[in-house]
Each structure stands twice: as C-alpha cells, then as structure tokens.
Design a protein around this ligand. Structure first.
Ligand SMILES: Nc1ncnc2c1ncn2[C@@H]1O[C@H](COP(=O)(O)OP(=O)(O)O)[C@@H](O)[C@H]1O
Length: 290
C-alpha cells in the first residue's frame, strides 16, 4: 500500500489516540496480526511494510529551530547517502508559488510565522512521497517534519524512524542567520549574507560563521523569504519552543535523539557531524569516486 494513503488515513484517524496501539500491533509476529488488527483496518498492512533497517535506505529526521541550518546539513547528507531530502517548508513554498486555491490561504499563515494545519502539511507530504515512490525512491531525510507531537505520532504510526538529529545553536545567532538568509530566485540555492562573530558570554559559546556568499551570476537575483523579517522570525522561534520542542522529548524518550551543538559554520560543523554520524568512510569513498 502506498505511503501516501497510509499517511492520509493515519492523519484522519487522529494519530495520538491510535499511535500506541499501532506500535503494539507492529511488534507482533505476522500470524498474530489479523486478530490484533481488528478495529485498525490498516494495521496489518503496516506490520508488513515495516522492513528491517538493514534492507532499506536510512529514514532520518532533522529537528532544530528556524535558521539553524537543517536544510543545509540535511541536503548535504542526502547527497552523501543517496536518499531524498524532503523539506516540508519547501513543499509549502512551492504551493505558495503556484496558482492553486491553497496558495492565498497558506500565504497568510506562513507570513505570520504560524504553522499550517496538520491536515494541509500531511497532504503536501503525502503527495511528495507518492511522487517519490512512483520514481522508485527509498529512504528519506525529513526536514521540518514532524513539527508537532501529533505529527510525530502520525509519522510513528506509519513508518520507522531510525534516527533524529537535533541541531542546536544560540538564539541570538539564529535570528541573525534568518535575517541574513537569501535565495537565488533563478537557481533556488540558499545563501547567507550574515557574518556571525559573537563572543562567549553568560555560559553561551563563542561562535564564528563566515557568510555564505552567492556566485556572481546569482548576486543580482537574491530574494529574501517573506517570513524572514525580525518580527516573524521571533514569532517562529516562540512557536518552535512551544510546539516543536516537545517533539525533541518525544524522540528522546524513544532513545533516537542525537543532539548536535553546531560549533560554527559549515567548515567546522560538517566534519564533526560526519564524525558523530560515523559516516567518515562514506565521505572518503564519495570523494575518491569524484
Ligand atoms: N511540519 C510542518 N507543520 C506545519 N507547518 C509547517 C511545517 N513545515 C513547514 N511549515 C510551514 O512552512 C513555514 C516554513 O518552513 P521552514 O522552511 O521549515 O521554516 P524554518 O526556517 O522556520 O525552519 C513554517 O513557518 C510553517 O508555516
């Protein structure tokens, strides 16, 4: 059964009430499933589809506040591991850029820094997963999803998450990074004009992050995201603390959370991240093949 249908049906079923029961069913032996699955019309299919991690590509989640760099590190890792990087923020922005009926409704929510409804985000993610399935994709690195405990429970009910990487950075740096963020309106690449150079104070570490400047041909096409104004960024950080930090606890309790304090910009952080993820050999192979 397609991931898209599983996700939609799980969302419709309410997630929180059924996730624990689904997990119970998922841990049963196949012959036990039909009886136990009574009342859970899709539980048997879920039991069958939970392939052991060794037989499929990684299924990871990236968590972290707005501006922390989830997109940057998730997309680098997805290239290294050969799995799709699926960012729900990108799915929302693609929808915003379309002429679909949803665009106006989404613009109002996103431009205030609020979260879009679970129903809308799950619909967008389902469509993206369906497209990937049709193209033979396997595994994923999710960025920006789940952002609420309800979303985490729904995801937990429909697939296995192997690991959750929680990227962390000082809040004053996060605001500066969001305000320095620019996107090339032509090639879609992300850059950052901010030069972060803050001293260590009140127990917070010193951080230096060089700007990530665009090449000459992108320079004149730089645009700023409408939700990267200071007021909206602060609102998004507040919403992250209220709605998304509990998601960290959700995965911490499952023993899947890997905390990673960013030591600086990409040159300092990438090698350390690769090291803690035990992927140094993988990167050596990739570099050797290049
Ligand atoms: N999982 C989600 N649930 C609800 N809203 C989401 C989700 N993912 C993205 N969005 C919406 O898209 C916006 C942009 O997302 P994203 O690019 O991930 O931003 P950020 O830089 O804040 O991490 C969010 O502020 C929110 O309105």
């Amino acid at each position: 059964m397609a991931a898209v249908q599983r996700l939609l049906r799980a969302a419709a079923s309410g997630g929180a009430a059924t996730a624990a029961a689904r997990r119970r069913v998922a841990s049963l032996a196949p012959e036990e499933v039909p009886a136990a699955a009574k009342g859970f019309p899709f539980a048997a299919e879920e039991r069958m589809r939970r392939r052991p991690a060794a037989e499929r590509n990684v299924q990871w989640v990236f968590l972290g506040c707005p501006g922390v760099g989830k997109g940057t590190y998730a997309s680098r890792l997805s290239r290294l591991l050969g799995v799709p990087h699926i960012a729900t923020g990108d799915l929302v922005r693609d929808e915003l850029a379309s002429t679909g009926a949803l665009a106006a409704q989404l613009a109002e929510i996103v431009n205030q820094g609020k979260l879009v409804s679970d129903e809308i985000i799950i619909n967008l993610l389902s469509k993206r997963l369906k497209k990937g399935e049709d193209q033979g994709e396997s595994g994923f690195i999710l960025d920006g999803f789940p952002r609420t405990v309800k979303q985490a429970e729904i995801l937990d009910g429909v697939t296995e998450i192997d690991m959750v990487v929680n990227l962390k950075l000082r809040e004053d740096v996060l605001v500066e990074k969001c305000l320095g963020r620019r996107i090339c309106s032509q090639c879609g690449k992300n850059f950052n004009l901010a030069c972060i150079d803050v001293k260590g104070e009140n127990g917070l570490p010193a951080i230096y992050m060089a700007p990530l400047l665009p090449p000459n041909n992108c320079m004149s096409k730089m645009v700023t995201r409408a939700d990267d104004t200071e007021e909206v960024v602060r609102n998004r950080l507040q919403i992250y603390n209220d709605m998304s930090q509990p998601v960290e606890d959700f995965y911490r309790e499952q023993g899947k959370l890997l905390e990673f304090d960013l030591p600086g910009g990409i040159p300092e952080s990438w090698p350390k991240l690769i090291h803690v993820l035990n992927l140094e050999d993988q990167e050596d192979l990739k570099l050797a093949a290049a």
